[in-house]
Design a protein around this ligand. Structure first.
Ligand SMILES: [Zn+2]
Length: 129
């Protein structure tokens, strides 16, 4: 079985950015590209995902400027929060507790998987019997 692709292709990101450039809203883009996104990731393309792609494409300069100043206008759908992994204050999507950089790292994904495995094993071995 083929696993769903976790990282979006540059082509797809480019497509999202093109829509933004044409003046479409994140909501419109998410509806337009949802079926394609599902094929790539197995998940639904949310409005916030579109905003995230746009925001991250703002290049590192814009990013570091935002990170330094908490008074800048927040990107739509993002809030100023302390990331639970790297403990830096960053712009993080409303529903997330972890910054995008941390979410993208392989370490984080591996860690989450291992943690889950340990939990299930712990239950199965029933140490308390
Ligand atoms: Zn982080």
């Amino acid at each position: 079985m083929k696993k769903p692709v976790q990282v979006l292709s540059p082509e797809f990101k480019k497509k999202v950015l093109n829509y933004f450039e044409k003046g479409h809203t994140a909501k419109e883009i998410s509806l337009e590209l949802n079926s394609e996104y599902r094929k790539e990731t197995g998940k639904d393309l949310t409005r916030n995902a579109c905003i995230g792609i746009k925001f991250r494409s703002g290049k590192c300069q814009a990013m570091s400027r935002l990170d330094k100043s908490a008074h800048d206008e927040p990107p739509e759908g993002f809030k100023r929060k302390v990331c639970l992994k790297c403990l830096h204050e960053k712009w993080i999507e409303d529903y997330n507790r972890i910054c995008f950089e941390c979410k993208q790292t392989v370490d984080w994904k591996a860690g989450a998987t291992v943690e889950h495995g340990v939990t299930s094993l712990g239950r199965n071995t029933s140490r308390y019997v």
